[in-house]
Write a protein that binds this ligand. Structure first.
Ligand code: T3D
Length: 262
């Protein structure tokens, strides 16, 4: 069987491609584990300086594989709290705590947890034909994979509630207008743009970028005073990095910087 997540490292970019196209890349247990392993590798491998996440085929990800949840097969109702705790939640935490940029190229429909995994990434580009669907309401579930958190924070309650309660599709351009994603691009340009962005981030000052990600994520729960202190501490750390020395030297020498990521 083909791997459920394709993984390739080039130019510092670890590309993870969800690979169950016949099921619109919905998550079975194997794909959960392979995806988590990929993000864990990004944590552990210093050669990885950015991640690019996308989907194979016409969809990005349709959330949980509902074939694995078929009540007609009998047996007790699944404990979905446990499956979140075992699969989605650790992966979401790994994406958010990874101090390297995660670019998401949403190549087609992103539904259920598939949409919310995209929203957990740092920079999201979507094909103009892609749509985001909080499909949970259609099957009696609540948004998960951080969806209630990211939608409420990014959109505010009115839009978050409308999307989650109606499960109406949100097209990529509107998602960009609403600030849920970075931008919507022509379908044919999606991968070229996303790959160029990921490569350029991977060639960047990784330590400083990682600290920047951390600071922006902390801002939502910090007071201004706490945030000013956190910026001081992170700047102190960044100021001691080889990449800061290289960045300033390159500026003074009027040449492009060659960052090592340290
Ligand atoms: O269970 C837990 O662990 C709790 C966690 C839950 C997290 C969740 O994500 S719950 C939400 C699960 N996802 C959904 O409810 C979305 C289900 N899919 C759809 O509503 C539609 O497929 C889409 C709107 C995403 C796309 O529609 P469309 O018309 O473009 O495609 P399609 O024809 O529906 O799907 C194409 C194929 O993919 C089809 O298979 P077939 O008929 O060609 O053999 C379809 O069954 C399959 N597919 C799509 N989504 C799923 C799926 N198969 C299994 N699970 C899916 N989620």
């Amino acid at each position: 069987a083909s791997p459920t997540v394709l993984s390739a490292l080039a130019d510092g970019v670890l590309t993870l491609t969800l690979n169950r196209p016949d099921k619109l890349n919905s998550f079975n247990e194997d794909m959960h584990l392979a995806f988590r392993e990929g993000i864990q590798r990004a944590h552990d491998d210093p050669a990885v300086r950015a991640v690019l996440l996308t989907g194979a085929g016409r969809g990005f990800c349709a959330g949980q594989d509902l074939g694995d949840r078929d009540p007609r097969k009998g047996g007790p109702a699944p404990d979905l709290g446990r499956t979140l705790e075992t699969f989605y939640n650790p992966t979401l935490r790994l994406i958010r705590s990874l101090e390297k940029p995660v670019v998401c190229a949403v190549n087609g429909v992103a539904a259920g947890a598939g949409a919310n995994i995209a929203f957990a990434c740092d920079i999201v580009l979507a094909a103009k034909s892609a749509k985001f669907i909080q499909a949970f309401a259609r099957i009696g579930l609540v948004p998960d994979a951080g969806g209630t958190w990211s939608l409420a924070r990014t959109l505010g309650e009115p839009r978050a509630k409308a999307l989650a309660l109606t499960a109406e599709p949100l097209m990529a351009e509107k998602a960009a207008d609403w600030g849920l994603i970075w931008k919507a691009v022509e379908d044919a340009d999606l991968m070229t743009e996303a790959e160029a962005l990921a490569r350029s981030l991977a060639a960047g000052p990784t330590l400083g970028l990682g600290l920047t990600k951390r600071l922006i994520q902390q801002a939502a729960t910090n007071s201004l005073d706490q945030q000013l202190d956190a910026e001081r501490d992170c700047q102190q750390q960044a100021g001691r990095s080889a990449d800061y020395a290289e960045g300033v030297t390159a500026f003074l020498e009027k040449r492009p910087a060659r960052f090592s990521g340290k």
